[in-house]
Design a protein. Structure first.
Length: 141
């Protein structure tokens, strides 16, 4: 029987806050279309008559309302420096960059990168929700 290892750190970011981020990140991932096939699933063939009558504003037409992503971005941006560093460290642990025993080292490394653009950094990972979940479990929070 393995005894639970005592943590050598106290989290600044609440585990429930991280769980909320996990839920939102997974919702964002689920919204990504799984049927993407070389970028052509939404292409429309226009005949010569249609080309003359079809006017659009470029990518402005392609913009969609992604409130979940924007909400998560704002929530991450609202974290203080310590919370931000811990969130990045938890993700790194979940991704396998660090072991749970190296949490303090991962936090120090994350703090060294600064809290600038943390939301942009984290939201760039399609498996963010999974990695946060795995990292949170690994550190026993």
């Amino acid at each position: 029987m393995q005894l639970p290892r005592e943590r050598e750190w106290d989290l600044t970011i609440g585990p429930d806050t991280v769980r909320m981020f996990i839920t939102k990140a997974k919702a964002i991932s689920a919204a990504v279309k799984q049927d993407y096939d070389g970028g052509s699933e939404h292409e429309v063939e226009l005949g010569d008559d249609d080309r003359d009558n079809h006017h659009h504003d470029g990518l402005a037409e392609e913009k969609t309302e992604d409130l979940t992503s924007e909400e998560l971005r704002e929530l991450i941006d609202d974290l203080n420096v310590d919370e931000s560093a811990e969130l990045v460290a938890i993700m790194w642990i979940g991704r396998g960059d660090y072991e749970a025993a190296e949490f303090a080292e991962a936090v120090a490394e994350a703090r060294g990168r600064g809290s600038r653009q943390t939301a942009k950094y984290l939201l760039g990972f399609p498996f963010l929700g999974d990695w946060l979940e795995e990292g949170l479990e690994a550190i026993g929070a």
